[in-house]
Design a protein around this ligand. Sequence first.
Ligand code: NAI
Length: 293
Amino acid sequence: MQDLAGKVAFITGGASGIGLAMADAFADSGMKLVIADVDTEALAAVAQRFRGRNVPVLTLELDVTDRVAFAAAADRAYAEFGAVHVLCNNAGVYRGGTLDRVTYEDWDWVLGVNVGGVVNGIQTLLPRMRDQGEGGHIVNTASMAGLSAGAGLGVYNASKYAVVGLSEALRADLVPHGIGVSVLCPGMVRTGILESERNRPAERAADDPAAELAAREHNAFMQAMMASGIDADDVARVVLEGVRENRFWLLSHPEMKPMVEARSAELLAAFGEPDPQRLATLQQVLTRLQPGS
Ligand code: NAI
C-alpha cells in the first residue's frame, strides 16, 4: 500500500509503546486512526494528543479478548470512517517464569491476549476488509520470542510462535484478496511491556506466591535486558516501510540474527537426507500452499 494518505489504520494496544509509535507514524503519513486499548486513561491522553495535531482519530476502549466488544468496536470504526485499510493486531502482555512455576491463570491471560486478541482481530475485521474490496494490510505483532525460545519465556514464547505461524498461513490465504500480511518480530523495545500486570484482570490473577516470585525474578533480569532496548519509534519506521513495501518479516533487531541462525542450524541438522522421489512430490504440493516459497 504505497499511498497511505486518507486511509484508515485500526491499531489494538495503540495507547502505549509500539502501538502508539505506529499510530504516530501512520498519522504522519496522513492516515486516519482507530486506536483500541483496554487502558482508558492512556486512551484519553492519546485522543488529546492526536486531536491537538488535527489527526482524525477514534479511540475505543476495548479488551481484545472480548469478541462481542470487538465486533462493536469494528462497527464504530466503520460508522466513523467507512473502512479499515491497515489492521495492526498489536495488543500484548508479558508474563515470565519457568514452566514449572507458572499458573493456569498466567497461561490463560497471556494466550488470551497475545493469541486470542490477534485471532479476534482477524475474525472480526478481515471479512469486512475483504468485502470492502480495496485491498489492505494486516500487521500482527509477534516478537523475536516468536522465532527463538529460552528459559523463563515459555508462556510468552508459545503465544508469539502462534502469532508467527498464523501470520504465515494468513499471508498465503490473503494473496487472492490483495491484502498484504506482515509479522513484526522486535527484540527489546523500551515500552511498558514489563509492567503488563497493570492491565491484568482480577479474574486472571496468578494468586500463587511461588509463581509470583519466579515472575518477579525473571522480570528483574528482563529489566536489565531492557537497557539494550531500542525506541518504539524505530520499530514503527520498520512497520511503515513494511506496509508500504508489502514485506512479510518486519525485523528491527539485526543483532539478534545469530539466535535465529543457531536455532535454524540445529533444526536443519536434525533432518536426514530426503528420498528424491518423495521430495519432488512434496515440492509440488508446497508451491500451492506457500506462495512466498
Ligand atoms: P506496552 O505495554 O507499552 O503496550 C501494550 C498495549 O497493549 C498497552 O497500551 C496496553 O494497555 C494494551 N493492552 C494490554 N492488554 C490489552 C487487552 N486485553 N486489550 C487491549 N489492549 C491491551 O507494550 P509494547 O511493548 O508496546 O507491546 C506491544 C506489542 O509488542 C505486544 O504484543 C508485545 O508483546 C510486543 N513486543 C514488545 C517487545 C518489547 O520489548 N517491548 C518486544 C517484542 C514484542
